[in-house]
Design a protein around this ligand. Structure first.
Ligand SMILES: C[S@@+](CC[C@H](N)C(=O)[O-])C[C@H]1O[C@@H](n2cnc3c(N)ncnc32)[C@H](O)[C@@H]1O
Length: 196
């Protein structure tokens, strides 16, 4: 059965929420810039949206949980960032191919595995031609692969590529040196893709 995200937020049962943006994305942004209009998937309380809004005037965060979006909206604005309560898989309130870039942090690992192909197709549907996709994935490694249960559904590095390679070229990939304390070095990987 798929997870009830709204209930998790209502019950304050949000262990993924670390009260700050992804340190790996923050680190990546010290060396790189995302240009134009951007979309952040499964943004939760919006920490990554506000981080990105420090560099971009137009950043949109989406989340299926109304409670998360309400909370995100209660933070002081950094720029013109906005949030939408919607389901990435069914009712996006945007016209197609609107975004220059999409950012992903702990959303791909949150969805049920059978939705992964649809995830990639929806991603493409939202990006402009040659659009960019920055993702920080939760890696399945030899030391943390004990459980198949999730979320989070961790993924092996070679499997990440199998989903994205048909449509995207890899512009950059790295293991972030900065992370939350509970995520040891090597448990996350960054990919920066561009639509072929
Ligand atoms: C593991 S949490 C990560 C939240 C945020 N990225 C963070 O790191 O704090 C996954 C998020 O995806 C949202 N989510 C799950 N399914 C979704 C869907 N179909 N469409 C939009 N958001 C969804 C959940 O409500 C939740 O906020």
């Amino acid at each position: 059965m798929s997870k009830n995200w709204e209930l998790a937020y209502l019950n304050n049962n949000t262990p993924w929420d670390k009260g700050k943006p992804s340190p790996g994305i923050r680190e990546w942004l010290t060396r790189n810039r995302l240009l134009g209009k951007g979309l952040v998937l499964g943004c939760g309380y919006g920490y990554d949206v506000r981080l990105l809004a420090q560099y971009n005037k137009s950043v949109v965060g989406i989340d299926i949980s109304m409670t998360a979006i309400r909370a995100a909206n209660s933070f002081e604005k950094v720029s013109n960032e906005i949030y939408h309560n919607c389901d990435f898989f069914s009712n996006l309130p945007f016209e197609e191919h609107q975004f220059d870039w999409v950012v992903e942090h702990t959303f791909f690992c949150a969805i049920e595995k059978p939705l992964r192909n649809l995830y990639v197709l929806n991603l493409i549907r939202n990006l402009k031609p040659k659009g960019r996709f920055l993702a920080i994935f939760f890696l399945k490694t030899s030391t943390n692969s004990e459980s198949e249960e999730g979320p989070p559904y961790k993924i092996k590095r070679e499997n990440i590529i199998s989903y994205f390679d048909p449509y995207f070229e890899v512009l950059d990939t790295c293991i972030p040196t900065k992370s939350y304390n509970c995520r040891p070095y090597g448990s996350e990987i960054i990919y920066y893709f561009q639509l072929k």
